[in-house]
Design a protein. Structure first.
Length: 687
């Protein structure tokens, strides 16, 4: 009932029945739309055909609709078909999806599941040490967990740019209101009430805003696909991102709100002038001074908001630079990676798995373009299973734990991981040899501080053994120490280190392949597939990537965040420059008569230039001061996305402040230069 619980029906065929969810009767498979299209050419006759999955024949009974992927990335589905032994298993490896009854809240479900947890713990007391419990979370929140940070970054950037754009619009409307002062006064003198004038001005500002919203919708319609192509993580299948009716209504409502909100102040100021006072020529009224103050405040605000956005973008740019330049602990050049997962039917014994891997390593090492070949149950950055263990001679309230990985002897040299102490694994470290391990530098510091761990022993129970059995804990001698590599994230690694096992003592069905080549590693892909097929022509190789491509996967998220904020930061900087230019230009026009008099009385062009630029820098300095204070608070939210740089990095803040000042000077220079070219005789004659 997986598909019916999720409320999804197959596009072709049907889903599973309860009779098919039984051992021996579960040889049916449902394909994803992507697999059906890419592997079978959208064959309409696919239903009833047979596929070989892990050496067993399955009949295709359905094809799911396009976009459905649950769990994320799933390409096909088969019935679980628990055996009686599996039905009583206490392995915690399944996710459960449930649909609440009408009227039942998540909190009520959690309360009921707490009772179920207690019942299960009474029935299976062996679960107690693991802290087992059952809890409920809304499915969209779980599936959007990885997407949420990128969406929040995008939302914050859009909000900042929208505020700056709205400040510019309000400034322009105030300037327009000043130019229309006499028109408004005439309308008032002819009988127009203040309410009538406000309605007219708000109608104009709202229409302008709606036109801008319509233009934005057109851009969004064209640009959504491009933005989605840049998102580095897979978007959940139930999330439909398109310019639909909801987006259109939201955009129009936002445009009307913005038009009314930022049009109300110019409308109020324009309509409050008395007709007689406004019709008088000459002189600057108190209302004009009020408009100047509002315009100044708006420019200060947009400079401050721009600084916040640019500071966040600057921190992410520095983070990305640190990520690219940081040492991951391994060498990615000229290396090819792939994965192989041995079929349980053919490789149910550890000896058969070991034999396959030994043949594969021999064949790959004999290729002329190969310098080194190795296998491992993990790859750097990826992590593997975490295991607790005991350290001989150490008593601690905190149980030691680390990543564990099974690797071949040349795994470290293939990845360029340095050997620091002791020796590496050898082919002699087989199943009949003394149990041994190697540890990385981080584990050595954590569990043998100030000591040489070589010759020490750890006691570990490997629950993920080859044959599905649970071997007893054994003491294993540490024979070497290697350099640490990053795991789980390219940004931060808080693990307690890694313990390596010789693969012949702990062979696993799923292993990575690492091949160091003399030329382009991508060219070795066909040869690698060929060598695997020579050993077992039914064995698949998947996820072939050069190590550079593999590494790129882990920096795609910080790169996306950086590019996104950098683009919006650049847009904010441009809009701020336009706002400063507009304000100073209007200010120069207003004071043209004053400047003409100053120059007629002997003021030099340099003094006039300094007067205009001084006004510009005063506003920018206030905006930068306010922006730095706001940025110090805002950048704390980025702390989890930063690496190698603090959220209050002074170098970034100084650089951004200098950049904003330079842009402001450039924006104010053009109207200042225009002011110095004023002919005082022409101005005085006109006056």
């Amino acid at each position: 009932n997986f598909f019916s619980t999720l409320g999804v029906k197959p596009e072709l065929g049907r889903s599973f029945t309860s009779e098919e969810d039984q051992p021996g009767k579960n040889r049916e498979v449902v394909l994803s739309h992507a697999v059906w299209k890419q592997q079978f050419g959208s064959d309409p006759q696919i239903l009833g055909k047979t596929l070989s999955l892990d050496g067993l024949n399955y009949t295709v009974i359905g094809v799911m609709p396009q976009g459905f992927q649950m769990p994320s990335g799933a390409g096909l589905w088969t019935p679980l078909a628990f055996t009686p032994q599996e039905a009583q298993s206490t392995h915690e490896y399944l996710d459960v999806v449930a649909r609440l009854r009408p009227g039942v809240t998540t909190q009520q479900a959690r309360a009921e599941l707490a009772d179920i947890s207690a019942q299960l713990l009474r029935q299976f007391p062996e679960l107690a040490p693991s802290g087992f419990h059952v809890f409920a979370e809304p499915l969209p929140e779980v599936m959007q967990e990885n997407l949420r940070p990128a969406l929040l970054v995008l939302l914050a950037a859009v909000g900042c740019v929208l505020l700056i754009a709205c400040a510019n619009v309000a400034n322009l409307l105030l300037a327009r209101a000043s130019a229309r002062q006499k028109e408004v006064a005439v309308r008032s003198a002819l009988g127009a009430t203040r309410a009538r004038l406000i309605r007219q001005l708000l109608t104009e500002s709202t229409l302008l805003s709606l036109c801008g919203g319509a233009f934005g919708l057109a851009l969004a319609y064209q640009g959504t696909g491009l933005l989605l192509s840049l998102v580095p993580i897979q978007i959940p299948s139930f999330v439909r991102i398109s310019v639909d009716s909801h987006v259109v209504l939201f955009t129009l409502a936002l445009a009307m709100f913005v038009g009314l909100l930022f049009g109300i102040f110019p409308a109020l100021h324009s309509s409050q002038d008395a007709a007689a006072a406004a019709l008088k020529s000459g002189g600057r009224t108190s209302t004009a001074h009020g408009r100047d103050r509002i315009r100044n405040v708006l420019v200060v605000a947009e400079v401050g908001v721009a600084l916040v956005l640019l500071a966040c973008a600057g921190l992410l740019i520095r983070t990305f630079i640190h990520v690219r330049e940081s040492d991951p602990g391994f060498s990615s050049g000229n290396a090819l990676t792939a994965w192989v997962s041995l079929r349980e039917q053919n490789y149910h014994e550890p000896a058969k798995m070991s034999a396959f891997y030994q043949q594969l390593l021999q064949r790959l090492s004999s290729l002329p373009q190969v310098d080194n070949a190795a296998i491992g149950s993990t790859l750097p950055l990826l992590g593997d299973w975490t295991q607790s263990f005991d350290v001989e001679g150490r008593n601690s309230s905190v149980e030691p734990h680390a990543f564990f990985a099974a690797v071949s002897p040349r795994y470290f040299s293939a990845l360029g991981i340095p050997l620091l102490k002791g020796r590496s694994f050898a082919e002699a470290d087989g199943p009949n040899a003394p149990p041994v391990v190697m540890v990385d530098e981080r584990a050595a510091r954590a569990y043998w501080p100030g000591e040489n761990p070589v010759g020490k022993r750890i006691n570990v129970e490997l629950g993920m053994s080859a044959g599905g059995q649970s071997p007893k804990p054994v003491w294993r001698e540490v024979i070497g120490v290697v350099g640490s590599v990053k795991h789980l994230s390219a940004l931060a690694d808080q693990s307690k280190g890694e313990v390596y096992l010789p693969y012949l003592q702990n062979p696993m069905r799923t292993m990575s392949i690492v091949v160091r080549t003399r030329g382009n590693p991508a060219d070795l892909g066909p040869a690698l597939r060929h060598e695997v097929a020579q050993i077992d022509n039914s064995q698949a190789v998947y996820d072939l990537l050069t190590m550079d491509q593999y590494l790129d996967r882990f920096i795609s998220q910080p790169r996306f965040n950086m590019v996104l904020l950098a683009l919006f930061g650049a847009l904010a900087l441009l809009l701020s420059a336009i706002g400063i230019y507009g304000l100073i230009s209007f200010w120069v026009v207003q004071r043209t008569r004053e400047m003409g008099i100053r120059m007629a009385l002997g003021a030099s062009r340099g003094e006039v230039m300094r007067l205009v630029l001084g006004q510009t820098l005063r506003l920018v300095a206030i905006g930068i001061g306010c922006g730095i204070f706001a940025a110090l608070l805002a950048t704390r939210a980025l702390a989890g996305l930063l690496f190698g740089v603090g959220s209050n990095d002074p170098l970034t803040f100084v650089a951004i402040a200098a950049l904003l000042s330079a842009v402001a000077v450039f924006a104010g220079y053009v109207p200042a230069r225009r002011a110095t070219r004023v002919d005082p005789m022409v101005i005085l004659r006109y006056e």
